[in-house]
Ligand binder design. Structure first.
Ligand SMILES: [Zn+2]
Length: 126
């Protein structure tokens, strides 16, 4: 293989990695619409809580409906689980976007702070 060929291969590899990173950063397309909707409601002095996914901030979060999950929740072993229909995220806790005292922007910042916290704890363990 010539030197020129090797250089071109390296370039191509780098480009591919960059596109993957951009995809991972993507947030829910519904987030700006949710922010707008909350702003509108605030103007009408209607205050609501909306459940949002801590990962992609999508409002399409629902209670996970598996039989096993429901059963243990009824027995009081585990709290109900939530799942995101957009990114597939599953957790026992769910973020709440609200236009009450905190704005959705603050909720998003809080979610990002929480992520960093989890990341820090993980590093400590290893
Ligand atoms: Zn999500």
């Amino acid at each position: 293989m010539s030197e020129e060929e090797q250089k071109q291969r390296k370039k191509r590899k780098k480009k591919k990695q960059l596109t993957t990173l951009e995809n991972q950063k993507a947030e829910s397309e519904l987030l700006p619409r949710l922010v707008d909707a909350l702003d509108e409601l605030e103007k009408e002095k209607k205050y609501v809580d909306v459940q949002v996914c801590p990962k992609c901030k999508s409002p399409l979060v629902q209670r996970a409906g598996s039989m096993a999950g429901d059963m243990s929740a009824h027995l009081g072993f585990t709290p109900p689980k939530y799942e995101c229909r957009e990114c597939g995220w599953r957790e026992r806790t769910v973020l709440k976007a609200t236009n009450k005292p905190t704005t959705i922007r603050e909720v998003v910042i809080m979610a990002e702070a929480k992520d960093t916290d989890i990341e820090r704890k993980r590093k400590k363990k290893n």
